[in-house]
Ligand binder design. Structure first.
Ligand SMILES: NC(=O)C1=CN([C@@H]2O[C@H](COP(=O)(O)OP(=O)(O)OC[C@H]3O[C@@H](n4cnc5c(N)ncnc54)[C@H](O)[C@@H]3O)[C@@H](O)[C@H]2O)C=CC1
Ligand SMILES: O=C([O-])CC(=O)C(=O)O
Length: 341
């Protein structure tokens, strides 16, 4: 049963907070589905996607509590029509016709846990959701937020391969929060305006597999080796910093919703043919020997247009790159093995 479907009055895109200099004459219809929409990330992400003028239809799915979230968000007077779907029987309807599917479904960490400790529960959740995506919207761009991202993306790839729908251009691990953190921490240390900062973050999305490339950060700043080491460590431990501060009440939700909205917006811009849309993401890759790797990616009408290379690395970053490979490789293998059991 569709719980709610409300046509809202469109507001001027010019008032939109996520609009970042993209001149759109005729904005095509785009459906975005959020799976896990009633959760800590799902709710603020639903809000931010409702504010995005590139979205014409917003489908909010969760196993429970979606009606309230959908009713609430649907009253906002922006372009998209909001529908809420609750329980597995409604998953197909939530997904049908989706251009972008964002997945923040699954359990978050508590203090003392690693992201990999979430594998046992979240791997099964992600597998089930991806089987439904293969059936109901096989051409959608999939934005995987559920942890451990280093393994859930390979799981999704295997599920899609089995279904015969796998297109590596359309599957993304969302690592945008690592970039958001690296930018914020760098701006604070380098004393440069945060809005001007760019820092690529490569590798994966857990501990030392998160490798910020501060040697490529702009605007340039003369930071000492000790400062770069501290910034790198803080970026790698950013998730844990929030988990500990929340003291058992979950992990990053608001900053993740922001990051997820930035990445989904980039996917939509790419689909709509906007030029030069580049974000870091964990994708199928050949830039290292690992089959999945996060790096800068150019987004286009079919999803990944180009996986960009790493660029010049400092010795410290080269060392970090070699150190992260065994852990990332084993997380990838764990995901592949699970999906093929
Ligand atoms: N990629 C990243 O950078 C980040 C990833 N995360 C991850 O995102 C995930 C979600 O985190 P939170 O929103 O804080 O958790 P949460 O527990 O607040 O919300 C998760 C939601 O998923 C729903 N859910 C569970 N099974 C489902 C299923 N089969 N289908 C649809 N929905 C289902 C739950 O009902 C709940 O509403 C966690 O795995 C967390 O580790 C969190 C922060 C950053
Ligand atoms: O740390 C966690 O468990 C959630 C996450 O992935 C992040 O905040 O980067």
């Amino acid at each position: 049963m569709m719980l709610r479907s409300i046509k809202s009055l469109a507001t001027s895109p010019s008032s939109h907070i996520l609009r970042r200099g993209y001149a759109s004459e005729a904005v095509p219809d785009r459906k975005v589905a959020v799976l896990g929409a009633a959760g800590g990330i799902g709710q603020p992400l639903a809000l931010l996607m409702k504010l995005n003028p590139l979205v014409s239809s917003l489908a909010l799915y969760d196993i429970a509590n979606t009606p309230g979230v959908a009713a609430d968000v649907s009253h906002i007077n922006t372009r998209s029509e909001v529908s809420g779907y609750s329980g597995e029987a409604e998953l197909g309807k939530a997904l049908e016709g989706a251009d972008v599917v964002i997945i923040p479904a699954g359990v978050p960490r508590k203090p003392g846990m690693t992201r990999d400790d979430l594998f046992n529960i979240n791997a099964g959740i992600v597998k089930g959701l991806c089987q439904a995506i293969a059936k109901y919207c096989p051409h959608a761009l999939v934005n995987m937020i559920s942890n451990p991202v280093n393994s859930t993306v390979p799981i999704a790839a295997e599920v899609f391969k089995k279904a015969g729908t796998y297109d590596p251009k359309r599957l993304f691990g969302v690592t945008t929060l690592d970039v958001v953190r690296a930018k914020t921490f760098y701006a604070g240390k380098a004393k440069v305006p945060v809005a001007e900062v760019n820092v690529p973050v490569v590798g994966g999305h857990a501990g030392i597999t998160i490798l910020p490339l501060f040697s490529q950060a702009t605007p340039k700043a003369n930071l000492s080796d000790a400062e770069i080491t501290a910034l790198t460590k803080r970026t790698q431990d950013g998730g844990t910093e929030v988990v500990e501060a929340k003291a058992g009440k979950g992990s990053a939700t608001l900053s993740m919703a922001y990051a997820g909205a930035i990445f989904a917006d980039a996917c939509l811009k790419g689909l709509n043919g906007a030029p030069d849309v580049v974000e870091c993401s964990y994708v199928q890759s050949t830039i290292t020997e690992l089959p999945f790797f996060a790096s800068k990616v150019r987004l286009g009408k079919n999803g990944v247009e180009e996986v960009l290379g790493l660029g010049p690395l400092s010795d410290y970053e080269k060392e970090g790159l070699e150190k992260l490979k065994p852990e990332l490789q084993s997380s990838i293998e764990k995901g592949i093995k699970f999906a093929n059991q």
